[in-house]
Design a protein. Structure first.
Length: 694
């Protein structure tokens, strides 16, 4: 017995027959194979006991009468393989009266058990298992349709476990860029394949899609270079997926989720660009993090067994506890006063809204309408209500009112002049018995991580609690005890992936070979005139040397030193000075702009953290008042350093490792915003219970 593949593709080689042969049902035994071009196929070209295999695309479907006649005359057993664009109902209609075995390859978006190389797969009658179907599509169809070949087949994959259409739509462009950059296939596992269509993901950029119900994807987990969890916040399925991937020994990047607290430091949470860069570049953490996560998981399994035993005892105890009365939620006032406050407070406000156990009240001072219209754009885009109060009244603590307020949080609060509005309101709130909180708002934060001749040992906080990025024991030894006892380690809330506004593409007129961001905060008193002059000089030298590269100069959003001194920056065709007050650029704060760049150079600032989290090479401009806090990131002094970094800077394993060591040395892993929201609720609810008991 033999079988014939009839195809409209003339360039199909005999090798395709060899690849298809193992896919035949065992009862067919060893069969001879033969390739026949569909255009040349006729009753005289087939012999007895041959199995006809037709690949039916649109051109073949137009020859349906000829094919029907051919099969009827030859009385052959035939298999019809349906290609894209041919409806199953139409195909079944014109083969219903023929004695055929119909194998189907379904439409690309059919929510079925597999989706390989742009084609969804239903069970094939002549194939004995789902694995054989996968092998058929992986091995045969790429030869037939080169443009439909699974990308980077054979390489360890990126596996995205997705059950949120919104989150997948957000991550799909990032995942596809990572797949192309690192030449590794992207595989998606989902409960509903339709979400891929809704996300607008190009089919050819995804190597495979599996239904969550199909166990075949589980076999791929141990081979994954990274597993990305695209799920809604606090979705129980996301917690299961993280544990499943950890058990398989795969590196994991997931959203910030209280269910994954056990894995903190062993997975990357909510820093999608950083996580992909960390694990796809084969840094040492690519090997160490999965080992750490699996060890913790084993501890969790033991804990779960104990917890299950306790749960059996709980029902009786719960019956003895009187039902709690419904009480109003504690109210949290969020105070936004400086232009940079929104970058740190917006993620916290969104986390509070998601947590839904605190009532949210946002207060913004009126001067931001002039100095930071972006603040209002972000709040409006996030759908957050707010009240505007005169800044003069905030400075004197006569507004806003603390009536009914249980907690107050500010982004920048110290006894220093720049923070006087938040400080005055914090003092007033404490007098009213309101719990008060403030945040570490930057990498180098006066009173916590930075001091100099201007901001020295006299910096103090009025807030009851100070949320820091790292642990208290990692703070400098000059931080006074009265500050240390206020510290609550939480991690940075700026690790949330994006601002609430979709910034869109960069507003530039033409494409460039590369884009380099130059970030400055030269308004700061730590810089002298020599520092400012050298930064400008190096910037112009770089623009003159690399004429095919666009250098985007981004001043600090509040200080705007180069915007106010634009005459000091010589004009160059490839040198673009942007202004945060320009509506075209107002949405492009550092966390949004950094992922859109190829390289980042910054004066000492939090931009270094933003760039590392965005998975971009970053170097620090060395100033006279230098600190080792940025070690081991590269430092730029002379122009030779600038030249080398711009020519050679890339996200290789060394760059990724340096960035990760920098982050882990200064901040708890993951997104601090949900931790901050939970801690504020715990403190305010405990305070209410104490007041009720009194």
């Amino acid at each position: 017995m033999s079988w014939v593949l009839a195809s409209p593709i003339e360039t199909l080689g005999v090798a395709a027959i060899t690849l298809l042969q193992p896919m035949l049902s065992p009862e067919l035994g060893h069969v001879r194979t033969r390739l026949v071009d569909l255009a040349r196929l006729s009753a005289s070209t087939v012999v007895d006991d041959e199995l006809l295999v037709f690949l039916i695309d649109r051109s073949a479907a137009r020859r349906k009468d000829e094919i029907r006649s051919l099969i009827a005359k030859a009385k052959q057993r035939a298999v019809l393989v349906r290609w894209q664009g041919v409806g199953l109902a139409a195909l079944a209609g014109w083969t219903s009266d023929l004695d055929l075995e119909v194998a189907t390859i379904a439409d690309p978006w059919a929510p079925r058990s597999g989706w390989i190389g742009g084609v969804a797969v239903e069970p094939l009658p002549l194939l004995s298992s789902g694995r054989e179907i996968d092998a058929l599509i992986r091995e045969f169809l790429p030869l037939l349709r080169r443009d439909e070949a699974p990308p980077y087949e054979g390489a360890p994959p990126i596996i995205c476990l997705a059950n949120s259409a919104e989150k997948f739509a957000e991550l799909a462009p990032l995942l596809m860029r990572a797949s192309a950059r690192h030449r590794t296939p992207l595989i998606v596992v989902t409960r509903d394949v339709r979400m891929i269509r809704e996300a607008g993901a190009p089919k050819r950029r995804i190597a495979a899609v599996f239904s969550e119900a199909d166990p075949a994807w589980l076999d791929l987990l141990p081979t994954a270079r990274v597993v990305v969890i695209a799920a809604d916040d606090d979705d129980a399925a996301a917690g299961v997926w993280v544990r499943t991937a950890a058990y398989a020994g795969a590196p994991v990047v997931a959203g910030a989720d209280s269910l994954n607290a056990w894995a903190s430091g062993a997975i990357v949470e909510d820093d999608w660009e950083r996580g992909l860069s960390l694990y796809l570049n084969d840094s040492p953490f690519r090997a160490s993090d999965p080992v750490k996560a699996k060890a913790r998981l084993m501890e969790q399994e033991e804990f779960t067994a104990v917890l299950d035993a306790w749960k059996r005892l709980l029902p009786a105890a719960q019956r003895a506890v009187p039902a709690r009365r419904d009480v109003p939620r504690p109210r949290l006032m969020v105070f936004v006063d400086l232009a940079q406050d929104i970058d740190i407070l917006l993620p916290v406000a969104l986390a509070v809204r998601r947590d839904d156990r605190l009532e949210l009240q946002i207060v913004v001072t009126d001067w931001l309408e002039r100095v930071s219209p972006r603040t209002f754009e972000l709040l409006n885009a996030a759908g957050l209500a707010y009240a505007v109060v005169p800044r003069k009244r905030a400075l004197t603590a006569t507004a806003p009112s603390f009536e009914g307020v249980d907690a107050f949080i500010s982004a920048s609060e110290t006894n220093q002049p720049a923070h006087r509005a938040a400080y005055a309101l914090t003092v007033a709130a404490r007098r009213r018995g309101v719990a008060t909180f403030t945040l570490q708002h930057g990498f180098e934060n006066i009173g916590l991580t930075y001091r100099d001749a201007v901001h020295g040992d006299d910096v103090r906080f009025a807030s009851d609690y100070v949320f820091t990025w790292g642990k208290a024991e990692r703070l400098p030894n000059w931080v006074p005890p009265e500050t240390l006892y206020r510290v609550v380690p939480a991690g940075s809330p700026k690790s949330a992936t994006r601002q609430a506004v979709a910034a869109g593409p960069l507003p530039i007129e033409r494409e460039w070979a590369r884009k380099v961001g130059l970030f400055e905060n030269l308004h700061w008193h730590r810089y002298d005139e020599a520092d400012r002059g050298r930064f400008i000089e190096r910037t112009v030298e770089a623009a003159d040397r690399f004429t095919d590269t666009l250098f985007i100069v981004k001043p600090h959003g509040a200080g705007r030193w180069l915007n106010l001194n634009a005459d000091r920056l010589p004009a160059r065709n490839n040198l673009l000075l942007v202004d945060s007050l320009d509506p075209a650029w107002s949405a492009f704060a550092a966390p949004v702009l950094a992922p859109l760049l190829d390289l980042v150079v910054t004066t000492p600032s939090t931009v270094a953290v933003d760039a590392v989290r965005a998975g971009r090479p970053v170097a620090i401009f060395r100033c006279a008042n230098w600190t080792t806090a940025y070690d081991p990131l590269p430092v730029l002094e002379g122009f030779d350093d600038w030249d080398r970094f711009i020519r050679e800077g890339r996200m290789d394993a060394e760059t990724v490792t340096r960035g990760e060591l920098f982050l882990r040395g200064h901040s708890l892993p993951g997104d601090g915003a949900p931790r901050i929201a939970r801690k504020i609720y715990a403190i305010t609810s405990a305070q209410r219970r104490r007041e009720a008991a009194a």
